[in-house]
Design a protein around this ligand. Structure first.
Ligand SMILES: [Zn+2]
Ligand SMILES: [Zn+2]
Length: 272
C-alpha cells in the first residue's frame, strides 16, 4: 500500500504545503482522499496514474477539502474518461458537489463516464466499500459539521491505516483507529500556539494521545495551519511526550509505503 501526501496544509496553503489531500495505491486500486487545491497538477507532478482512480473519499464539506472537485471532473472529461467514478462523503457533501458542478456549467449528461455519488451516514462506524483488494470503513468525528474518518485495509497484506479528517479529539476515533498500523491525524496547532479551544481541531498533543489510546504503531501528523518547518523539533517533542511509537511529520509529495506492518518513508523524487 502506498500513501502519497499530495498536500499537508490546513485551510490556507503556504509555500511548500498545499491543502490536505492524499492519493492511495492499494494493489491495483487507485483512490483519493479529499480534493483541495491543485490536485491534478500534484498528481501529474508525482506521475500518479490519476486516470485510473476509481473513487474519492471526502471527509467533510469545508472548502479546503473539496474545492478541487469541479476541476478534477473537468480534467476527467477532457481526457475522455470512460471508467466510472464514485464519490463517498457525508450527505451534505453529496448534495453540494452537483451544485458546484452546475455553478461551473459542468453538465453530468455530457460526461462519458458514470459519476456516482454515494452518501455515507455520519452515525457510527460502518463498512462502505469492499473490492477485490481493499476494505474501506468510516466513522463520525467531531468537527462542527458532519465529518468522517476513513480506514483503509489492504486485503492481501492485512495492513491498514486511518485518516482522521479534521477533528477535535474524540473517543469514536480512538475505537475506530484501534491497533491500526498508521494513524494519519490532523494537527492544526501546537499546544502553545492554539488560538482558542474550540474543540473542532486537534493539537499535536491531542493527536499523540489519541494514537496512544488507540495503540497505533505509527502516527503521521498532517493539516498544519502554519509553516511548521522551523518548529519541526517542537512538533516532534510535543508528539513524543504522549506517544512512544514512530512519529512522522508529513510533507507534500512524501510517499509512505505500508507493507506487512512495515512503514517506509520514501523521500520524494518529486521535490517542489
Ligand atoms: Zn481542513
Ligand atoms: Zn474542516
Amino acid at each position: 500500500m502506498h500513501i502519497l501526501i499530495l498536500g499537508s496544509a490546513g485551510a490556507v496553503p503556504f509555500l511548500k504545503r498545499d491543502t490536505t489531500m492524499l492519493a492511495l495505491t492499494i494493489q491495483q486500486d487507485y483512490m483519493l482522499i479529499d480534493c483541495g487545491g491543485s490536485l491534478v497538477h500534484r498528481m501529474n507532478w508525482c506521475q500518479f496514474p490519476w486516470q485510473k482512480i476509481s473513487s474519492l473519499f471526502i471527509t467533510h464539506r469545508h472548502i479546503d477539502h473539496i474545492y478541487g472537485f469541479p476541476h478534477l471532473i473537468q480534467a476527467f472529461y477532457l481526457i475522455g474518461r470512460r471508467k466510472p467514478f464514485t464519490i463517498y462523503g457525508p450527505e451534505d457533501v453529496i448534495t453540494i458537489l452537483p451544485e458546484v458542478m452546475r455553478a461551473f456549467l459542468l453538465k453530468e449528461s455530457k460526461l462519458k463516464f458514470p459519476l456516482i455519488f454515494q452518501s455515507v451516514a455520519v452515525t457510527g462506524k460502518r463498512s462502505i466499500l469492499e473490492t477485490e483488494h481493499v476494505k474501506v470503513s468510516a466513522c463520525p468525528v467531531v468537527h462542527g459539521v458532519p465529518a468522517l474518518a476513513y480506514r483503509f485495509k489492504d486485503k492481501k497484506t492485512g495492513v491498514n491505516f486511518v485518516y482522521s479528517g479534521d477533528t477535535g479529539p474524540c473517543t469514536e476515533l480512538i475505537n475506530f483507529a484501534n491497533q491500526t498500523d498508521l494513524l494519519i491525524h490532523e494537527t492544526s496547532f501546537l499546544v502553545e500556539s492554539r488560538a482558542s479551544d474550540c474543540g473542532i481541531h486537534s493539537t499535536v498533543a491531542d493527536a499523540a494521545k489519541i494514537a496512544t489510546l488507540a495503540k497505533t504503531s505509527h502516527l503521521c501528523l498532517i493539516h498544519f495551519n502554519s509553516e511548521p518547518q522551523t518548529k519541526e523539533a517542537a512538533v516532534l517533542k510535543e508528539a513524543m511526550q504522549y506517544f512512544s511509537g514512530r512519529v512522522i511529520i508529513s510533507h507534500d509529495l512524501m510517499r509512505i509505503d505500508l507493507d506487512q506492518s512495515e512503514v517506509t518513508l520514501r523521500a520524494s523524487r518529486f521535490q517542489i
